[in-house]
Design a protein around this ligand. Structure first.
Ligand SMILES: C[S@@+](CC[C@H](N)C(=O)[O-])C[C@H]1O[C@@H](n2cnc3c(N)ncnc32)[C@H](O)[C@@H]1O
Length: 248
């Protein structure tokens, strides 16, 4: 058979094949409406399962910002980048420094923005934390009077302040921090409560009452804060219901 004749036959068969494929597909595949409902039902399960796989792999203990360990999920770091660009805070108060990776991350963004300082507090002193002109390290408990008066002095005359709670994750301590630090947050800015995903939300089932339970109680007392769920848009977050926006 000549090549021309062969291609002629192929051209005539192809539409028939396509037709059969479409008919078969219609029988096998659910309608688009069914597929959307199916996907909504499954989204939460898939997101939760991925959150557990991600958390349990402990990859967040092997995550770095310019070589410094940063104990956060990259999707949350991207959200911080968006918040910082939008808010351009003059000061970030961070409870819980660890290695200083998150403080350095914020300092790097502030360098790009051209404004902003970070005061970060930890009970542990670590020698090799990154030194940066925008970072001030304080040693002590976040809830101690001495630390609070230092923070108050640093916050004086700052127009926009954002607070991040990432120290002791027990409910009692976080609730105490929420009560002590919420007044530093300026209107329109954020009070971010880290690691609300623990104690089964959905990771670390047996942690006991933690950040999420503290947020629940705090929100009952404070109508001036709302949960900004738009900050959970990347599906995976260590801070579900933890991005609190001060509205009044
Ligand atoms: C989760 S780590 C902080 C992680 C860091 N922000 C980051 O993203 O890389 C928690 C830190 O809180 C500190 N910490 C625990 N209890 C504290 C307290 N009462 N006051 C201040 N820091 C505390 C711990 O020493 C630890 O370094």
């Amino acid at each position: 058979m000549s090549e021309d004749a062969l291609s002629n036959i192929n051209e005539r068969i192809q539409p028939l094949n396509e037709n059969i494929k479409v008919k078969k597909a219609k029988k096998i595949l659910p309608s688009i409406k069914d597929r959307i409902q199916l996907s909504n039902k499954n989204t939460k399960t898939i997101v939760n399962e991925f959150n557990k796989i991600y958390y349990d792999s402990k990859v967040w203990t092997r995550t770095y910002w310019f070589g410094v360990p940063i104990l956060k999920c990259p999707t949350d770091l991207w959200v911080y980048q968006e918040i910082l660009f939008e808010q351009k805070p003059d000061l970030i108060i961070e409870c819980g420094t660890a290695n200083g990776g998150s403080a350095l991350f914020f300092a790097s963004l502030f360098d790009l923005i051209g404004n902003g300082e970070i005061v970060t507090i930890d009970i542990e002193d670590k020698r090799d934390r990154p030194q940066h002109k925008r970072i001030k390290y304080l040693l002590g408990s976040t809830t101690s009077e001495c630390i609070l008066s230092e923070v108050t002095a640093l916050a004086k005359n700052k127009k926009k302040i954002l607070v991040i709670l990432d120290s002791d994750h027990s409910k009692e301590h976080v609730l105490n921090e929420l009560r002590l630090y919420n007044s530093f947050v300026t209107k329109g800015s954020y009070l971010v409560v880290e690691d609300t995903n623990i104690n089964g939300h959905p990771v670390c089932l047996d942690f006991g009452a933690g950040p999420m339970e503290a947020v629940d109680e705090f929100l009952k007392e404070h109508r001036d804060f709302i949960v900004d769920t738009s900050k959970e848009k990347f599906f995976v977050t260590f801070n579900p219901s933890g991005y609190l926006k001060k509205i009044t």
